[in-house]
Design a binder for this molecule. Structure first.
Ligand SMILES: Cc1cc2nc3c(=O)[nH]c(=O)nc-3n(C[C@H](O)[C@H](O)[C@H](O)COP(=O)(O)OP(=O)(O)OC[C@H]3O[C@@H](n4cnc5c(N)ncnc54)[C@H](O)[C@@H]3O)c2cc1C
Ligand code: FES
Ligand code: FES
Length: 494
């Protein structure tokens, strides 16, 4: 195992010395290195003021993604390349095209939000392909994680569209070969054990190593994307003595599609999962695009969304409706359980301390079945849901519900199926009358809480309304209500 954390910082090799493994990247940049361009607005992944670009080699090229440096622990950078706002200006003093466009379009705002906006635009610029087709929706998505509390987004969107429509300059592309060589030389194929002042940070590369570590350190904190776990330190001031980082475990990064099922490694980020979800489950992909914002989706994982046991995680209701199963892994081998059985009670999951969630297996839905996913939150982007709903419906050729699965988040202490509702619709004609009568069963299924996101009455009401919406969408009575244009809900009809 290697003992040093090394990464490329603005193109230069950097070795970490004398820093806690749970120090955030933002604090390290600002306090240890004096790079104060990245700002701290919220320290919880919400505002984007701390956005930096994280680069990795992908298909032989450098690929940059925006991350929130305020919730990433320093050793997660090992083997990667990061770019901070300080490095965008060229050596001759000229600005990067996105910076110049921010000046030209009067997009520059206060010193807190602007660096983060610029870094989000930088990553958009560098993944904009041939730079010919950046639509407003793509720009909005790229800056949804950068919040300004004071002024307008219009000039920033214009700056994005104008700079990203130009032919790309040679920023970093002229030196891309050297960067790739330098990154490859970091020797990051070896697992990492970084220790400092009694704290340990393990980053194993194989499932076998991970299983040994969880057996040896059953009290360790498992870290995936850190979009929850980062806040334990920044907000709850917890001291984490032993952290096991799972994002480098090769087996947990795999996505497999067979004729029977989809298998997603638990360490796959939302951004990477979106590629397969968009193709096979467009409505699920649409909802996944509303999880946090790009910075959160570039780090966060579906595995973490499940393992944290939250009653308001967005993906569990959809996965439960789809009949997903989990593969849990430990030194004693694999254990397979239905996802709906994983959630036992509020804060209690069927996961032993030596186990990790290794894979999420989604059976392919029956031909002709339809999936509908809904998220209700106060803001469209970057908000946790008050209620989530997912419905998987299969009708026979008489229009009778041959199979019907409904699962909800935000309605109980755990994500759960609505079994009374399901029973009321199974074998019934799929029409307005049966839908409205079945919706009354929801109060037998759930006794939701009132909290800051919604009252119990609102939750029950909206759950029934979502069923009605699903019905209307299934019959084509309402047009496409999806932002990214996914109106395709059916399987096997492509
Ligand atoms: C700004 C912001 C916005 C957010 N918006 C949303 C949202 O819209 N919808 C939503 O559902 N969530 C949201 N979240 C919450 C969070 O992003 C998700 O729950 C995310 O999926 C957590 O995954 P992660 O990889 O970051 O997990 P981590 O933070 O690394 O870990 C979360 C928990 O799961 C455990 N864990 C992680 N992976 C495994 C594994 N493979 N095996 C065993 N245990 C594991 C960790 O020990 C920890 O307890 C948001 C968070 C932030 C900061
Ligand atoms: S400081 Fe707000 S997202 Fe990082
Ligand atoms: S937060 Fe910077 S101008 Fe509003």
């Amino acid at each position: 195992m290697r003992g040093q954390v090394r990464f490329l910082l603005n193109g230069e090799m950097h070795t970490v010395r004398d820093a806690s493994p749970t120090l955030t990247v933002l604090r390290y940049l600002r306090e240890n290195l004096g790079l104060c361009g990245s700002k701290e607005g919220c320290a919880e992944g919400d505002c984007g003021a701390c956005t930096i670009a994280q680069g990795e080699i992908h298909n032989g090229r450098m690929r940059y993604r925006a991350i929130n440096s305020c919730i990433q622990f320093l050793p997660t950078l090992d083997g990667k390349s990061i770019v901070t706002v300080e490095a965008l200006k060229n050596t001759d003093g000229s600005l990067h095209p996105v910076q110049q466009a921010m000046v030209d379009k009067h997009g520059s705002q206060c010193g807190f939000c602007t660096p983060g906006f610029v870094m989000s635009l930088f990553t958009l610029y560098h993944r904009a392909g041939d730079h010919s087709n950046i639509d407003r929706l793509t720009v909005n998505d790229a800056i949804a994680g950068n919040l300004c509390r004071c002024t307008g987004y219009g000039p920033i969107i214009e700056a994005a569209q104008s700079s990203c429509s130009e032919q790309p300059d040679d920023w970093f592309t002229s030196s891309e070969a050297q960067l790739i060589e330098a990154l490859s030389a970091l020797d990051s194929d070896q697992s990492l054990l970084y220790e400092h002042a009694g704290q340990r940070f393990f980053a194993p590369h194989s499932l076998a190593e991970l299983n040994k570590l969880t057996a040896q350190y059953p009290d360790a904190s498992i870290l995936a994307g850190g979009t929850d776990a980062g806040l334990w330190v920044t907000k709850f001031k917890r001291q984490l003595d032993t952290v096991i980082y799972i994002a480098n475990v090769a087996e947990l990064q795999q996505i497999e599609v067979s004729s029977e099922q989809f298998s997603l490694g638990a360490g796959v980020t939302y951004t990477d999962a979106l590629e397969v979800l968009s193709e096979h489950f467009p409505d699920f992909a649409e909802m996944t695009r509303r999880i946090g914002a790009e910075q959160v989706r570039n780090a966060g994982t579906i595995g973490g969304n499940i393992a944290n046991g939250s009653p308001i995680g967005d993906t569990p209701p959809v996965l439960i409706a789809l009949g997903a199963r989990l593969i849990l892994s430990s030194c004693n081998g694999n254990r397979e359980i239905a996802l709906e059985d994983f959630f036992i009670d509020y804060g209690k999951q069927d996961l032993r301390s030596d186990e990790v969630v290794a894979q999420i297996v989604i059976p392919k839905p029956a031909v002709g079945s339809q999936l509908f996913c809904y998220k209700i939150s106060k803001r469209f982007d970057q908000d946790i849901s008050a209620v989530c709903a997912a419905f998987l419906i299969e009708l026979d050729n008489q229009g009778v519900a041959r199979s019907f699965k409904a699962a909800f988040g935000g309605m109980a202490g755990i994500p759960a199926r609505a079994k009374h509702l399901e029973q009321a619709l199974l074998g019934q004609p799929w029409n307005e009358q049966t839908i409205s009568s079945a919706a009354t069963q929801l109060k037998l299924d759930f006794n939701p809480l009132s909290d800051l996101r919604a009252s119990a009455e609102y939750r029950l009401q909206v759950a029934g309304n979502l069923l009605t919406k699903c019905y209307l969408e299934s019959t084509g009575e309402v047009g496409n209500t999806r932002l990214f244009g996914s109106s395709r809900h059916s399987y096997g009809k492509r």
